[in-house]
Design a binder for this molecule. Structure first.
Ligand SMILES: Cc1cc2nc3c(=O)[nH]c(=O)nc-3n(C[C@H](O)[C@H](O)[C@H](O)COP(=O)(O)O)c2cc1C
Length: 165
């Protein structure tokens, strides 16, 4: 692929990029995996659906993420789409130095740690991951799902949490 010198000479500053992309509204999710007996998990806003047959979901995880390391070593993970009343869970699963699962009432489903009260959960088998810059695009085949259609989604936009009306 050729480069366009006039464009490649201009680097976009990370903060300008983060600010611009924060205008893109995104559903909030938590990705979990099982590190032996210990559950791990993190908040993400990068869940995207790809193929329908087979059903394929992706999320984009920072290369230094503890959750990514466990997904790579075990090959399995769960994606939870959060409901509008789960902002506290979204904040907790992005925070450092805290027991993210304490008091959540989590249990195991297909051997994966899962959380209650969510809009939907998907059990995924890792298909592949592709490193792009400082993140890995994690693609997984959905092997089971569970949806509560009475719940409404939690959305992240301009660094805040919102409901859909
Ligand atoms: C709303 C929201 C969305 C986020 N989306 C992502 C994401 O898509 N990918 C990512 O790597 N981190 C994302 N983060 C940051 C991670 O949740 C955070 O860095 C977390 O501590 C990583 O956990 P781990 O290193 O223990 O796996 C997001 C945080 C918030 C609050």
């Amino acid at each position: 692929m050729g480069t366009v010198p006039a464009l490649s000479a201009r680097a976009v500053a990370a903060e300008a990029y983060r600010d611009a992309i924060s205008h893109h509204p995104a559903g909030v999710a938590i990705v979990t995996a099982a590190d032996g007996n210990a559950p791990v998990g993190m908040t993400v806003s990068t869940v995207t659906s790809h193929s329908v047959a087979p059903p394929t979901l992706s999320c984009d995880l920072a290369l230094d993420s503890a959750t990514l390391a466990v997904i790579r070593s075990t090959g399995g993970y769960a994606i939870h789409l959060l409901a509008e009343d789960q902002t506290d869970l979204a904040v907790r699963f992005a925070a450092r130095a805290t027991d993210r699962f304490a008091g959540t009432g989590w249990w195991r489903w297909h051997g994966l740690p899962v959380l209650p009260g969510v809009l939907a959960r998907f059990a995924c088998e890792l298909h592949t991951d592709i490193e792009i810059g400082d993140h890995a695009l994690v693609l997984g085949t959905v092997v089971d799902l569970d949806v509560d259609p009475t719940r409404r989604p939690l959305v992240h936009h301009r660094r805040g949490f919102h409901s859909v009306r």
